[in-house]
Design a binder for this molecule. Structure first.
Ligand code: HEM
Length: 153
């Protein structure tokens, strides 16, 4: 249960730092200011919290009953919209976003100064969008939707 609570709460850190990094990229591009330490820090924190979230998500797959559902066969799993969402859609989209964040962080690092904000916007912007649409918010429907906050009782 602790893993699920942390996976729920860390999502807000991913979103906050993701939005901060993308806002820095947009304001950097529009104002043409030089890439600062704050820009770099926002990208780093976004990446670190994505790493933590990926790790917690993988722990959930192995410890929260999802593995037995996978072992029962992907055919049956794909027929159940909730199981399909968490194991296939949520899992794969989040891993794709995580890859984009890592590739993007390296691309920003290697890019010449005048191209850093643009690279940051493209990679982190797409990753943040994928993360946002793959979170089980209320609009996903009753069976998939999860609480906005969980806490230790
Ligand atoms: C940035 C990446 C991610 C974000 C923002 C995120 C967010 C969330 C949120 C908000 C929930 C609902 C938690 C709750 O019920 O209170 C959830 C559930 C879940 N996530 Fe993620 N997640 C991410 C990555 C992953 C990855 C990479 C995996 C697996 C490879 C994963 C596997 C799961 C599973 C299995 C559940 C359902 C947990 C359960 O009810 O047993 N997540 N995720």
């Amino acid at each position: 249960m602790a893993t699920l609570i942390f996976h729920n709460l860390t999502r807000w850190m991913v979103l906050v730092f993701g939005i901060w990094a993308v806002v820095n990229a947009i304001t950097g591009l529009t104002s043409k200011r030089t890439f600062s330490k704050t820009d770099k820090l926002s990208g780093l924190l976004f990446m670190v919290f994505c790493d933590i979230q990926l790790l917690l998500g993988l722990v959930l797959i192995f410890t929260n009953g999802w593995l037995s559902k996978i072992q029962n066969g992907m055919g049956a799993l794909m027929k159940n919209p909730t199981d399909r969402f968490f194991v296939v859609e949520h899992g794969f989209m989040m891993i794709l976003a995580w890859i984009l964040v890592h590739v993007g962080y390296t691309a920003v690092k290697k890019a010449p100064a005048e191209k850093k904000h643009k690279k940051m916007l493209v990679f982190f912007g797409i990753a943040l969008l994928l993360i946002f649409i793959s979170i089980p918010f209320a609009y996903k429907g009753n069976d998939i939707a999860r609480p906005l906050f969980r806490w230790f009782n």
